[in-house]
Design a protein around this ligand. Structure first.
Ligand SMILES: *Cc1c(COP(=O)(O)O)cnc(C)c1O
Length: 386
């Protein structure tokens, strides 16, 4: 089976991990801070906080912005469940804004409509999470302008998007957001096995996230409560926290992978370009690219045009799986999952996301994909549509 995505591990990645295994520290050593500073240099941001998953990065970001009971977080339904779940971890409520019919990112007109309604009902969101679907940035300038008018905070879920750009800047630079998070799961652009990163230019948010990452315990004198016994002890728990640390073993892999991030994204662009050309005469809609963005092409989603080919998504999906092509579907709108349905969300909330979901298939795309494998995918799609 040709997978829809997979990691690319080199000998230098393996060597870097082995070096850590021979060293004094498997976790909380010097490599994780090195990985953090390499990421902040790469995206040109002030602070990076490494954690054991993007889900944890989302959780500590929401906590850092004081999301809690009584608050509401809005995001796109076209995302992995973790974006919404992490708000529920905080005891907050979530709601969903429909997607743009071209980019499949959060729709700006739908966001404006929903904000205007929320003002009347006194239910404005505390945080809006912009999910850069498939690696293409959301319209951050517009979201930023709206945040000033309506008073919400912005987090970028850039799990798909390291190596991408928006308006000439690397995704993760937080020009238009409070915090950006990345995922290093093996199907994403670079990997640490499991892992994630939260990035911010705000030193206070960074300090809070570091506390939440590690039991709420601070080795930092400035953060500690004044107490005479402080003179003796070099740490103190000052808030409730978790153990969301990334090990040095994982950070070594991440550091080595980061050296190849641009090569990975270039290769993804080559594959995408070849799909664009091959799909021109087929009954599918390729992913639209906004000229203000440079996608990292984590995914290559196509929409099946049933009215042209007489085949629905299920038929095309099944035909491709049985010919050995591991296509996938991104995403079931979050609120259509049984858990969210049980909790009161109704079908019809985001019609554009539901329509997109009915028609979409993600074709395999990953740097190590061979020319032959891509040809198999293209001919298998061609056959499946007939
Ligand atoms: C993968 C992903 C996550 C979760 O990432 P983990 O590192 O697996 O926790 C969150 N949001 C989006 C959009 C993702 O694709």
């Amino acid at each position: 089976m040709i997978p829809y995505g997979r990691q690319d591990i080199s000998q230098s990645d393996i060597d870097a991990v082995i070096d850590v295994l021979h060293s004094d520290w498997l976790t909380q050593g010097p490599i994780t801070p090195k990985f953090e500073s390499a990421i902040s240099t790469y995206v040109r941001a002030e602070n990076a906080i490494a954690v054991n998953s993007a889900t944890s990065a989302l959780h500590i970001s929401y906590l850092a912005l004081d999301l809690g009971p009584g608050d509401i977080l809005w995001t796109s339904p076209n995302t992995f469940v973790a974006t919404a779940n992490a708000a529920l971890f905080c005891g907050a409520a979530v709601d969903f804004v429909d997607i743009d019919p071209l980019t499949y990112n959060i729709s700006i007109p739908r966001l404006v409509e929903k904000l205007d309604l929320a003002i009347l009902e006194n239910r404005l969101p505390k945080i809006v999470v912009a999910v850069h679907f498939a690696g293409q940035s959301c319209d951050m300038e517009s979201i930023h302008a709206l945040s000033k008018k309506y008073g919400f905070r912005i987090i970028e879920d850039a799990s798909h998007a390291i190596g991408g750009k928006y308006a000439g800047h690397s995704v993760g630079g937080c020009q238009y957001s409070d915090i950006t998070i990345f995922s290093f799961h093996p199907v994403k652009i670079i990997t640490t096995g499991e892992g994630g990163m939260a990035i911010t230019n705000d030193a206070k948010l960074a300090a809070r996230m570091r506390l939440f990452r590690s039991h709420g315990v601070s080795p930092n004198k400035d953060l500690r409560a004044s107490n005479p016994s402080d003179e003796i002890w070099n740490y103190q728990q000052i808030s409730l926290g978790w153990n969301y640390r990334l090990t040095d073993i994982q950070s070594a892999l991440g550091l080595a992978q980061l050296e190849r991030v641009d090569r990975f994204v270039n290769r993804r662009h080559e594959i995408a370009q070849k799909y664009h050309e091959a799909l021109e005469k087929m009954a599918v809609i390729p992913p639209y690219q906004d000229s203000k963005t440079y996608s990292s092409f984590h995914l290559y989603p196509v929409r099946i045009r049933e009215s042209l080919c007489g085949k629905d998504r299920r038929q095309v999906y099944d035909a491709m799986i049985s010919s050995g092509v591991g296509v996938n579907v991104h995403y079931i709108p979050v609120y259509l999952h049984p858990y969210y349905q049980k909790n009161g969300f109704e079908r019809g909330l985001c019609p554009e996301a539901e329509l997109y979901f009915k028609e979409t298939i993600s074709l395999p795309i990953f740097p190590a994909m061979t020319v032959e494998q891509q040809e198999v995918v293209i001919s298998s799609l061609n056959t499946a549509l007939r």
